[in-house]
Design a protein around this ligand. Structure first.
Ligand SMILES: C[S@@+](CC[C@H](N)C(=O)[O-])C[C@H]1O[C@@H](n2cnc3c(N)ncnc32)[C@H](O)[C@@H]1O
Length: 199
């Protein structure tokens, strides 16, 4: 899905780099002239991602940010922000690591809203939702509540899911701002006062 939206030269965000699988994929897709901004709160994830990128000589196409993803808008320059072409969240815990450290409802919703508000219209904000782990259901509910609160005139939300599976398979919500005049979105940004503006 994301590959359909990006090409060499683009700037993209990996909001949860984890072990770097998505980051490496994105770096390869936007190289040699594009860039990936990748975020994770765990140093273990940042190190794993760097090692993976280095192995494939992709590290120069990526800036690794060891902080929470909702700071992206305050860390990037205005030029970088207007150049963003896609963002992806892969929610849940770092595979092979501490399953207690998971993405959270508050930072995920704050970040999704901030990206929609800050980045140009037409940029897909892709959220892969895993809800089978403890806390996953609360996060899923929060992301879906946000989706329901957004004005359908301002943001288009698409859902992609695997059906007829025994376990709780992940599914995808894609958010896309449809224009630059978004009074409803601006109001929501204020209402979600937990959104930080600090870098
Ligand atoms: C499912 S893993 C990501 C997998 C990764 N995309 C890959 O390809 O390996 C989720 C990651 O989100 C990270 N995370 C949790 N809360 C976060 C936050 N607020 N900001 C950025 N990353 C966060 C976790 O540390 C974990 O590494």
């Amino acid at each position: 899905m994301i590959a359909q939206n990006i090409r060499p030269g683009d700037t993209v965000i990996d909001a949860t780099c984890g072990n770097g699988g998505d980051t490496a994929f994105l770096a390869e897709a936007v190289s040699p002239s594009g860039h990936v901004h990748a975020f994770d709160i765990q140093s273990e994830a940042i190190q794993a991602t760097y090692a993976r990128l280095q192995k494939r000589s992709l590290e120069s196409y990526v800036t690794l940010h060891h902080c929470s993803h909702e700071y992206a808008a305050s860390l990037l320059t205005d030029k970088e922000k207007t150049g963003i072409r896609a963002a992806i969240f892969n929610l849940g815990y770092l595979p092979g690591s501490d399953k207690q450290i998971v993405t959270s409802a508050s930072s995920t919703t704050a970040a999704v809203l901030s990206y929609l508000h800050t980045f140009p219209s037409g940029v897909p904000v892709i959220v892969v939702i895993y809800h089978g782990h403890p806390g996953g259901n609360a996060e899923r509910t929060a992301v879906e509540s946000l989706a329901a609160e957004l004005s359908e005139q301002e943001v288009r939300v698409l859902r992609y899911s695997l059906e007829f599976q025994e376990k709780a398979p992940p599914y995808v919500l894609t958010f896309e701002k449809t224009g630059e005049d978004t009074p409803g979105l601006s109001k929501l940004v204020q209402a979600y006062s937990h959104i930080s503006t600090k870098g």
